[in-house]
Design a protein around this ligand. Structure first.
Ligand SMILES: NC(=O)c1ccc[n+]([C@@H]2O[C@H](COP(=O)([O-])OP(=O)(O)OC[C@H]3O[C@@H](n4cnc5c(N)ncnc54)[C@H](OP(=O)(O)O)[C@@H]3O)[C@@H](O)[C@H]2O)c1
Length: 389
């Protein structure tokens, strides 16, 4: 089956994604859900060489990324060889070469954490997978279940372990999750980091309930997943953005209220005033860091959860932890999630037929460097997919 070509997904892009985004000249304008765009090898034999992106270190920024030939790795007895058909980018992939990433790294490393594809070979002791299975990568390969621990935090793909911006990868069998049946590989790959982080934020500590209010910041990958998961759960969503055009798309995706954070500096109070009884919001997907925490503290409800996820607006926050007392709330650091959580998320994605929001500009594997620039310029909406042939 050509999994990237599942036509059930097509309505999402056609109806919800603006059509007039910037397109760099070299790029293909490509719809990951249209037939005839990506030939997927089915049960093919692995070649001996492949293309991959390697990051040499943190001293050259994006120039530290090089595209070249490499051997296709051999499968160990507990490992699985995967033909990667799609990858996606995260803000983390951009800040690693810029020296702004706070977790362990090794160099050189194959960049990228998110990947989806098909099992080509299995090691002699593998029990979970067979040739032809559709799989998606787990971000922290050693985070299988339960709370995060030090060993698991040091097992990130594209950070400590070779990642997914390549044609073929060998992974421990525990480091893969079944891809949702309703998603193409270009959609499924986006679950690895952004999807699982949002799932963990909403369900990892104090599970979201129908009727509660969720605030999502901006229109990046993590926030769009949170919007979709929250709507599927019967929650009310308040979204922020800096763009009037993106505000319209947010409404089409189901946001109940949209606030322009550039026009409304006190958007935290505005959000609180939008909740029934002006009590504040139950969950905040806090991706702005220093740029947003002060307003998040204005918006949160007593006993609400601020999931501290990112630092798009800077890492040096002026907000004091003592404000969790004055606002009687919990601010909780979130680092992606476990395989157990990812399997729960896959079930929810299938049951609710959720299709991740993928930017309409999709890049080829040889155009990863352009994709980094496109994402750094924040020209995207939702996730950026990389097509791998
Ligand atoms: N802790 C974890 O496990 C984890 C996992 C994934 C991501 N993250 C972090 O979470 C953050 C978001 O990741 P992402 O992949 O979703 O990023 P992204 O796709 O690059 O998000 C970009 C969007 O965020 C919005 N934004 C930028 N600056 C903002 C600000 N100061 N206030 C509010 N919104 C702002 C903008 O939306 P508009 O254009 O609509 O204004 C922008 O388009 C990053 O810092 C990333 O490192 C952490």
């Amino acid at each position: 089956m050509n999994t990237l070509l599942d036509s059930r997904a097509s309505h999402t892009l056609h109806t919800l994604i603006p059509t007039n985004y910037y397109k760099p000249p070299k790029q293909q304008s490509y719809n990951p859900f249209q037939p005839d765009t990506i030939p997927i090898p089915s049960h093919e034999m692995a070649p001996t060489t492949q293309k991959k992106w390697t990051l040499s270190g943190q001293d050259k920024g994006f120039d530290g990324l090089t595209y070249g030939d490499a051997a296709v790795p051999k499968c160990g007895e507990n490992e699985v060889l995967v033909k990667l058909n799609a990858a996606s980018l995260n803000y983390r992939d951009l800040v690693i070469p810029k020296g702004m990433y706070p977790f362990p790294l090794k160099f050189p490393v194959v960049a990228g954490s998110d990947g989806a594809g098909e099992v080509l070979e299995v090691g002699s002791k593998v029990t979970q997978w067979k040739v032809g299975d559709r799989v998606t990568t787990l971000f922290n390969q050693a985070h299988q279940y339960g709370p995060m621990n030090i060993a698991a935090s040091q097992s990130g793909l594209g950070g400590v372990i070779d990642g997914t911006l390549r044609q073929y990868g060998v992974f421990n069998e525990n480091g893969l999750v079944r891809s949702p049946k309703n998603l193409t590989d270009a959609e499924s790959t986006t679950l690895t980091c952004a999807g699982l982080t949002s799932w963990n934020a909403l369900y990892g500590m104090k599970p979201l309930k129908p009727g509660q209010t969720v605030l999502v910041q901006g229109t990046g990958g993590v926030s769009m997943f949170a919007l979709q998961f929250a709507k599927a759960a019967g929650a009310i969503v308040i979204a922020t953005t800096s763009s009037a055009e993106k505000a319209e798309t947010l409404k089409k995706l189901g946001a109940d209220h949209v606030i322009n954070y550039r026009e409304d500096a006190n958007w935290g109070q505005t959000a609180k005033a939008l909740t029934v009884g002006n009590v504040g919001v139950d969950h905040i997907i806090e991706v702005g860091g220093a740029g947003t925490m002060e307003q998040s503290m204005q918006a949160i409800k007593f006993e609400g959860i601020i999931s501290v996820i990112g630092f798009l607006g800077g890492a040096e926050s002026k907000t004091s932890v003592i404000q969790t007392l004055s606002n009687i709330c919990t601010a909780r650091g979130v680092y992606v999630g476990s395989k157990e959580m990812m399997e729960d998320m896959v079930a929810a994605v299938e049951a609710n037929d959720i299709h991740p929001v993928v930017d309409k500009t999709v890049f080829g594997l040889d155009q990863v460097r352009e994709a980094y620039d496109y994402m750094w310029a924040q020209k995207h909406f939702g996730k950026i997919a990389i097509k791998i042939e």
